[in-house]
Design a protein around this ligand. Structure first.
Ligand code: NI
Length: 182
């Protein structure tokens, strides 16, 4: 497993519609493992392949102890969405330190292939449902900022640009915590 560099806002791959996976083979399994490794090193709760520069429909979600086990989404499709909408603050590993309130369906039913290529159907509510919708958005080139009002989005974009003033490029190295350290 490898911790990969994160692609940040401005990297074109984040705006690409990712291509479906034709077959879950060792390359795809490696991608899944790298996504988990990178997500954990970056202390995220979800990560889509676009975010490590791979425009394929693969994402992972792990919201932690609240809802084990970790969840693999290969070619995910949302089959049902609740009418009920919840609003909560979201961030994104590709837009560090920027947060905004996003409306999401409170409950979704999602179908996807797992790491073994087996179809899985799952119902998710609350935070997990939110994470799944956020990650599937990534696979369609959509970022949480796109769900905000133009005023709010522009405010956050100018904050982002200010924070990136001295940075070059759109890649961020992720440094995992040294093993065994508290
Ligand atoms: Ni994100």
């Amino acid at each position: 497993m490898t911790v990969r560099s994160l692609h940040l806002l401005g990297s074109p791959v984040l705006r690409q519609k990712a291509a479906p996976v034709a077959r879950v083979d060792d390359v795809v399994r490696q991608l899944v493992d790298d996504l988990f490794e990178t997500m954990r090193a970056a202390k995220g709760v979800g990560l889509a392949a676009n975010q490590i520069g791979v425009a394929r429909r693969v994402a992972v979600v792990d919201i932690g102890e609240e809802d084990p086990p970790p969840f693999v989404l290969i070619n995910p499709v949302i089959l049902e969405r609740s009418d009920e909408i919840e609003t909560a603050e979201e961030g994104c590993l590709s837009i560090p330190d920027i947060f905004g309130d996003v409306d999401r369906h409170a409950r979704v039913v999602v179908e996807a292939l797992d790491r073994d290529g087996q179809p899985v159907r799952a119902e998710a509510k609350g935070y997990k449902a939110r994470a799944i919708q956020h990650e599937i958005d990534h696979l369609d080139g959509i970022l949480f900022l796109d769900h905000l009002s133009a005023v709010k989005r522009n405010l956050l974009l100018s904050k982002w640009k200010k924070s990136r003033k001295r940075q070059k490029g759109f890649l961020k190295e992720v440094t995992p915590e040294p093993a065994g350290e508290l």
